[in-house]
Design a protein around this ligand. Structure first.
Ligand SMILES: Cc1cc2nc3c(=O)[nH]c(=O)nc-3n(C[C@H](O)[C@H](O)[C@H](O)COP(=O)(O)OP(=O)(O)OC[C@H]3O[C@@H](n4cnc5c(N)ncnc54)[C@H](O)[C@@H]3O)c2cc1C
Length: 289
């Protein structure tokens, strides 16, 4: 199919882009990489009167260290994250996740701002934003605001952004003391959206876990940070993989859908949690990175 007719503009500043959205009075859509928006337009699942192309705005594509955070411009492509030495060193869980995002052709066009704003419940970057407690920075007619990642995702394909707000950058805190980490995902075919996925990182001292972070996706309408599972890991030692898997299974309540049943998805996230625990523990103990 072809999209319904729409007006198009390609502003060269964020202020101009916000004004164009405001003028569209709720019927405008910004386009970044176009990898999700174009199919939606072609299937006429969205019919904006105005498409505001962000790609002519300079300075929205960058990856830079800011003290104990890594700042990423909204137009930064998935492939730039995948091949960034800074991301590999400072945000290793993101680095491990990026090859799982779609296929290389899509990663060459898709952007982090587009992925977060699209808010697919089975997408990697929204889960990573929740996992790292990222701050998502948006600009609208009333100015700029910072949004905590856990507040940003409201439900499947829905965020707290107003129709005339644009994400311009995201800041990710570096988990300096977390020497053990893992990213585990299962999809039907490599590059498909995940059936279930987990990110885990741990800090150990004297052979026990003293701090942990756990986030999952594919098992709810939004990515989830599992604080009960984090709490359960405190004091755990290397033999806790099975117990951790059971705790994670108990923390989620997935739905059945056309792909798999709720029971399957719950069992899968538990198995991934066990695998992630073992991998994170090995890394924390100085095993292969
Ligand atoms: C076949 C296929 C497989 C895929 N598999 C995966 C996968 O496994 N994992 C995964 O994570 N993703 C996957 N994707 C999605 C892909 O990663 C997209 O690139 C991404 O979701 C959207 O990024 P984009 O820059 O292309 O956004 P666009 O398509 O340009 O925009 C998507 C939505 O976000 C809005 N938007 C874009 N940028 C901004 C901004 N800066 N501020 C506010 N709103 C904005 C748009 O208005 C639109 O509503 C897949 C896509 C395809 C086509």
């Amino acid at each position: 199919m072809k999209p319904a007719a729409f007006a198009y503009c390609a502003p060269t500043s964020l202020d101009e882009a916000v004004r164009a959205l405001q003028a569209a009075d709720g019927d405008g859509k910004v386009m970044a990489g176009g990898q999700s928006l174009m199919p939606l337009l072609n299937f006429r699942m969205t019919r904006p009167t105005m498409v505001v192309d962000l790609t002519k705005i300079p300075d929205l594509s960058f990856i830079e260290q800011r003290g104990d955070r890594v700042a990423i411009g909204a137009l930064t492509r998935h492939a730039d994250l995948e091949f960034s030495a800074l991301i590999a060193e400072r945000l290793p869980v993101m680095s491990a996740a990026m090859p799982h995002v779609a296929h290389l052709a899509i990663r060459n066009r898709g952007t982090i701002g587009g992925s977060l704003s699209h808010a697919d419940p089975a997408a990697e970057l929204p889960m990573l934003a929740v996992f790292y407690s990222a701050t998502i920075r948006a600009q609208g007619p009333a100015g700029r605001r910072d949004i905590a990642a856990e507040d940003f995702f409201v439900s499947a394909l829905a965020t707290c952004l107003d129709p005339d707000e644009i994400v311009f950058e995201i800041e990710f805190p570096v988990l300096e003391t977390h020497t053990g980490w893992a990213f585990e995902e299962v999809s039907r075919r490599f590059g498909d959206f995940a059936l279930a996925c987990i990110a885990l990182s741990i800090e150990t001292r004297d052979g026990a876990i003293v701090d942990a972070r756990v986030a999952v996706m594919g098992v709810a309408d939004t990515p989830l940070r599992l604080r009960d599972a984090e709490q359960a890991l405190l004091g755990a030692r290397g033999d806790a993989a099975a117990a951790f898997g059971a705790v994670v299974r108990g923390c989620v309540a997935p739905n059945s859908d056309i792909h798999v049943s709720a029971d399957y998805r719950r069992a899968l996230i538990g198995a991934l949690a066990e695998k992630a625990f073992t991998r994170a523990w090995q890394r924390a103990a100085g095993g292969p990175k």
